[in-house]
Every structure is written in structure tokens, then in C-alpha cells.
Design a protein around this ligand. Sequence first.
Ligand SMILES: Cc1cc2nc3c(=O)[nH]c(=O)nc-3n(C[C@H](O)[C@H](O)[C@H](O)COP(=O)(O)O)c2cc1C
Length: 316
Amino acid sequence: MQVSAVPPQLGLSPMDGVTDQAMRLITKKYGQPDLLTTEFVNVEGWHHARERLLADLQFDAREQPLIAQIYGVTPAYFAECTRDIIALGFSGVEINFGCPAKTVVHSGAGASMIKTPELAREIVGCVQKTVRELKPELPVSIKTRIGYEHNSADDWIPFLLTLHPARLTIHGRTLKQGYTGTADWETIGRMVQYRDQLSPSTLLFGNGDLHSRAQALQAIHDYGLDGALIGRAALGNPWVFTDHVPSLSERAQVAIEHSQLFADLYHTRHKYSFVPMRKHLAAYIANFPEAKSWRSQLMQAESPAQVETILQPLIK
Ligand SMILES: Cc1cc2nc3c(=O)[nH]c(=O)nc-3n(C[C@H](O)[C@H](O)[C@H](O)COP(=O)(O)O)c2cc1C
């Protein structure tokens, strides 16, 4: 096992419908993870409706280093989208070979690529070539799973390592598992030997079921990784990247701040709705006494002002 020269890194895992700009800014402010990633963007959609999708890649300098994640099936569109990602000033481009959503998998994208390695190779090659021509220092990373129906990590991961991504993040579940069962960290750890043999410069990150900074650092240490991404546990909990345990009052205050930021960023958008913010609100007050009654009120909230009225009694 190689001894990594860089300190372990903790990042926010990309989540469609969750890691929008409002969540990323709140996460950065209260959690200071080493890196953030956008929600994934479909390269076919980008090709056909670039102007409309530009809003999905909106960010500001406080979010850096921010990685743009993309998925799809058309190598030329990956190249096209990568050119825009470079022009927009992201700190990296990440290819999603891990999404298990039916619509994505049926199109042949996301975790479906595990079954079409030659297409995966072509896509990675297109993105890397574009980066080499325009901004060679920009890291090209891949995020994937350990297999399709069964654990095939011993074939799929060495294959990806022969493509020399700057970082490879492995979520320790198969496509078939979706989000059920538990992440297989033994398998993730076993991949370090392939990295050392095939692509020593690739940073290897683990992902799946991490719920605290301490647990993530322990996993990185135990399995000899370079870093880890935390996803679901960051919902309503930007402090998950720190050792700080927030009080209920702090959680309520940040839920209000997050709501205001969400409205400020998105209220001018076509078909703006406050509804997507509600899942964050439920998470901010989860696991506290009487969370249920607060949650049912928050699930009706239509604006930051209403959230503030509901949560005011919790603020000390
Ligand atoms: C609602 C939701 C949306 C997700 N969207 C993405 C995505 O756009 N790109 C991606 O690579 N992974 C996506 N994921 C997977 C997560 O990044 C992560 O790999 C997975 O949730 C396991 O990590 P966790 O246990 O820390 O949540 C998503 C997960 C969830 C729950």
C-alpha cells in the first residue's frame, strides 16, 4: 500500500435534487469540506438545451474547489459539455458511471456503463482529450459502483484504473442494490492494490453510509484511501464534515438561513417552487424530541418567512 502524500480529503457527494447551489454554499460555510460536487448534468440534455441547463451549473467562487459532474452516452457531447465546464471555471470534471436511477440506466448511462466498458473508455478518452487540449491541469475524475448485478469490482475497477482518472470514487454498492443493504468497504479497500499497480497517481475515494467526520477519517485510514465522500448524512447536517455537534437552536437558525438562500437564488426561475427545500427542512430537525410535529408543519411551508415563524420557538 502506498503512503499518500496529501492529507485525507472529505467531500460532499453529488446528489441530484439535493446538492444544489444553496446546499453547497451552506455546506461550505458550516462544514468546510475539501471539495463540493454539483448535481449531475446530462450531456445529451446539455447539447440540446444548453441555455436552459446553464442555470443548473450556476455557482460562485466561495464553492471552489467545485467539481462539475456529467453523465450520458454520447462521447462527442461529453467533449462539448467538458469544453463549457472548463470555460465556466470549475475545478474539475467528473464522469458519473454510478447512477442506478431507472431512466438513466435504461438510456445506457450511469452505472449501466459497467456493462459497456468500451463505451466507458471512449467517453473517458473524449473528456481527457478535451481537457488536455484546453486546460491540462484540470482533474478528470470518475464516480462509480462495485458492480451491476453482482460485485464485479475486481474486473471493473482495474479497467477504470487503466484509464488513469485523477480521482476514482467508489460507492460500495452494486447497481442492483440501489441504496439498500450496506456499502461494502472491504471491497473498496481491496481496490487500493489495483490502484497502486495500475495508476499510482489516481486518488482513491470511498463512499457509502458514512455519517460522521470521525467515521469517515477512520474508514480512510483503515482502508488506506485518499479520501471519502459523504452524501445523505449531509442533508440538513452541514456540520457532518466537522466534529461540531450543533444544538437544536443552531439547526433551526441554519434551516432558516438555508431557506432564505434557496429563495434568494431561485425565486426568479421559471416555475419556482419552495417544495424542494422541504426535504432539507425535515432533515435539519430530524432526531430531535417532537421532530414529528415540527416536520409536519415544515412540510407545509411555502416560504422562508413561514419557516422562520415555525422554527422561531426553537431559537435561543
Ligand atoms: C437523492 C440522491 C441523489 C443522488 N444523485 C447522485 C448524482 O447526481 N451523482 C452521483 O454520482 N451520485 C448520486 N447519488 C449517490 C450519492 O452521491 C452517494 O454515492 C450515495 O448516496 C452513497 O453515499 P451516502 O451513503 O453517503 O449517501 C445520489 C444519491 C441520492 C440519495
